[in-house]
Write a protein that binds this ligand. Structure first.
Ligand code: SIN
Length: 527
């Protein structure tokens, strides 16, 4: 406890996060000449964007239209998408892609234009990609652009521990970097710090995905919503003692088929779109088959994929080879894992939160675009479109005076975070996973409360401890949202309420003031 140091800096805009959302927002803002500080929690290349395989959805072909893209997004979203938000997203899609190409992103091409792949619940091939390393290629191009702007400063290994606010709104961020605590005052703060699927034992997400932005925003009084909607990716490499690795949905888009351990192609029994059914349907079908056969996984077979598999999926081929699987010959053992936070900080379509001066974009947010089930490859597009709007809105404002209000560092004493984190991940996986019920959710909430006593809410200098505190908070919000939603809809499945309910057609919003339900017919619960 106590005051620590007094390193202080002032910036026009501070952006936390170096996935697509943060990088793109910073680049779009750079043209305004404002001084921009871009913060990465660890190395700037660690993000979900960097690992995104399949691609980015946009209606760029003559066989497609924003209208069709909208219809697919709304259908996947199971009644909870905001139609205005979706319309404006899909209409902005093609222009967003042009902007990435202008920034040097090289998507795969055919003689007729961009190569487009298929993913679940898309009625058209509309996913632009760069092999199976689309996120990596996008990040690399955006990072290369950063150095062209003298007014952007990138600082890595900087952990944001708190928003700083006064009676006018957000006025900065309290951080800890490798030298210790530092305060950044700024008239505009953008949280682009990603989702938090690390709260689960099995996840496709990198270690950094601990929901920090959501936790920091919530603690500062900003509302979150739809937290119960966690998307589980159906096909994740499942080998004992090997980290989970995504096997892109694009593999099924190009023809890969799912088989149970007793060699039955099961997806046609579950949905007319078979392997290309919405992601939640495929994930639950896989779990059901695993339960039926007692196996720990099902098989994904690439035999039916046409074309040059090694060229189309080089990263996946290589990763499987490292583990002794030749996917040109062998099927791959796969099982679902936590993949994407649909819920998060409530923002409007300009990325504004309820706290003046605080903006947010990307997976840390809930814009209403994804409803109860995100359509594959819509997330990079959302980050791009909202990032651009945040840059526009900040550019239109006259530079606001930076307010340096006194900030006291009140750090808690460091605690052992390691066991707390692994217990949390186990509890969330067992009780707040693909299948939920009242008793499991109550057990999870009470276990999280006990873990909270071991690691009380507060500020910690050690990154891992601070992350674990954030994970406990975010996990509590997910479990609470899941308990409140007494129905099954989209990615949220309750065995005790297995059908959707008309009474639950709306959003659960959670904040420090409590929780409330906002039916869709009353309009979106905007900020
Ligand atoms: C994938 O490559 O299957 C992931 C795509 C996504 O989550 O949008």
């Amino acid at each position: 406890m106590g005051k620590t140091g007094n390193r202080v800096e002032c910036w026009d805009v501070v952006v936390a996060g170096t996935g697509l959302a943060g990088l793109y927002t910073a680049l779009m803002l750079a043209k305004t000449g404002r001084s921009i500080l871009l913060l990465a929690k660890t190395s700037a290349d660690e993000s979900n964007t960097n690992q995104a395989q399949a691609g980015i959805a946009a209606s760029v072909s003559s066989h497609d239209s924003p209208r069709l893209h909208m219809e697919d997004t709304m259908l996947a979203g199971a009644g909870l998408c905001d139609p205005m938000a979706v319309t404006s997203l899909v209409e902005a899609g093609p222009q967003g892609i042009d902007s990435l190409v202008d920034l040097g992103v090289e998507f795969d091409q055919t003689e007729d234009g961009p190569a487009l792949t298929q993913e679940g619940a898309h009625s058209r091939r509309r996913v632009l990609h760069a092999g199976d390393a689309t996120g990596y290629v996008i990040r690399r191009a955006l990072m290369a652009n950063l150095s062209k702007w003298e007014n952007i400063t990138l600082r890595d290994y900087t952990n944001v521990v708190s928003l700083i606010k006064d009676d006018q709104g957000c006025c900065g961020l309290a951080c800890v970097d490798q030298q210790g605590p530092i305060v950044y005052y700024s008239s505009a703060v953008v949280l682009a710090s990603g989702g938090g699927c690390q709260i689960y034992k099995q996840t496709t997400n990198p270690d950094v995905a601990t929901g920090d932005g959501i936790a920091i925003g919530y603690r500062a009084g900003v509302a979150v919503r739809d937290m119960e909607f966690i998307q589980f990716h159906p096909t994740v490499l499942c080998l004992a003692d090997v980290p989970r690795f995504l096997i892109s949905e694009a593999a099924r888009g190009e023809g890969a088929l799912l088989y149970s351990s007793d060699h039955r192609r099961f997806m046609p029994d579950y949905h007319p779109l078979a392997e290309l059914a919405p992601r939640d349907v495929v994930a639950r079908a896989i779990v059901q088959e695993m339960e039926r056969t007692g196996a720990k996984h099902v098989w994904l077979d690439f035999n039916n994929v046409s074309g040059d598999i090694a060229k189309r999926f080089p990263t996946i081929v290589q990763k499987c080879r490292e583990y002794g699987i030749d996917l040109l010959k062998d099927p791959v053992p796969v099982a679902p894992a936590a993949h994407y936070f649909i819920g998060g900080i409530v923002t409007d379509q300009q990325g504004r939160t309820s706290l003046p001066g605080l903006y947010a974009c990307g997976e840390a947010t809930c814009t209403g675009i994804h409803g109860a089930n995100r359509l594959a490859s819509n997330s990079l597009l959302e980050a791009l479109v909202i990032g651009q709007r945040i840059a526009d809105i900040i550019s239109e404002q006259k530079p606001v005076e930076i307010r340096e209000i006194p900030w006291d560092w009140n750090f808690e004493q460091e605690k052992d975070w390691h066991d707390v984190r692994s217990q949390l991940q186990q509890i969330m996986w067992e009780n707040v996973g693909l299948k939920r019920d009242k008793s499991g959710l109550e057990q999870a909430l009470s276990a999280i409360q006990s873990l909270d006593c071991q690691l009380p809410q507060g500020l910690y200098q050690n990154r891992k401890t601070m992350e674990t505190v954030n994970m406990l908070l975010v996990a509590r919000l997910v479990a609470k949202g899941a308990l409140l939603r007494q129905e099954s809809r989209g990615v949220h499945y309750r065995t005790d309420y297995p059908a959707p309910s008309d009474h639950q057609l709306g959003h659960w919003v959670l904040s420090l003031d409590g929780h409330g339900f906002y039916p869709v017919e009353e309009g979106e619960p905007h900020v």
